[in-house]
Design a protein around this ligand. Structure first.
Ligand SMILES: Cc1cc2nc3c(=O)[nH]c(=O)nc-3n(C[C@H](O)[C@H](O)[C@H](O)COP(=O)(O)O)c2cc1C
Length: 158
């Protein structure tokens, strides 16, 4: 059976809260999913998952260094992420604070690894974005993204 993981880095809890909502939605949509801080995850651990969702605070328009290190370590397993479902999300302080470039940085790495990333024509297009602490809108975006990831992973596993 397919399974998923949400990996996040969070200092003040905003990204972690988003991660937990996304993981809960993935579980509810029948994709058994774990939710882990990046310090508990090694690149090779990720190979057992069919869907990998990564969330970072926006740091100068990029992902946090700990997540970049995890992704850089994928090189040891290059080719083995091919066909896995990927998705990304972020929390930033400001609207226009570099949140979408942060998400795109993660998605670019996923595409290079051969992962399948689905946009969203209705919701936050590249991935959920929270300005500070997640509000009701963000909570809906996270739940919706989690469901979409689970549905896509289910289809690809068939
Ligand atoms: C080193 C550092 C760099 C940051 N850079 C940005 C930035 O470029 N744009 C922005 O809007 N917020 C920036 N922030 C604010 C964080 O993205 C924001 O507070 C986020 O919600 C923190 O997420 P967390 O609670 O998961 O740690 C920065 C914060 C830190 C500590």
């Amino acid at each position: 059976m397919a399974k998923g993981i949400v990996v996040y880095y969070s200092r003040s809890g905003n990204t972690k809260e988003m991660a937990e909502i996304i993981a809960e939605a993935m579980n509810e949509a029948n994709l058994p999913t774990e939710c882990k801080s990046v310090d508990k995850v090694k690149a090779a651990d990720l190979l057992i998952y069919d869907a990998i969702v990564i969330g970072s605070p926006t740091y100068y328009g990029n992902m946090a260094g700990a997540l970049k290190r995890l992704i850089d370590d994928w090189v040891g397993s290059h080719g083995k992420f091919d066909g896995k479902v990927g998705a990304a999300f972020t929390s930033s302080a400001n609207i226009g604070g570099g949140n979408e470039t942060t998400i795109m940085g993660i998605i670019k790495a996923m595409l290079i690894a051969g992962m399948v990333v689905q946009g969203d024509p209705q919701g936050d297009h590249y991935g959920p974005v929270s300005i500070g602490k997640p509000d009701e809108r963000v909570r809906r975006q996270c739940a919706g993204r989690g469901r979409r990831v689970a549905e896509l992973a289910g289809k690809l596993a068939d």
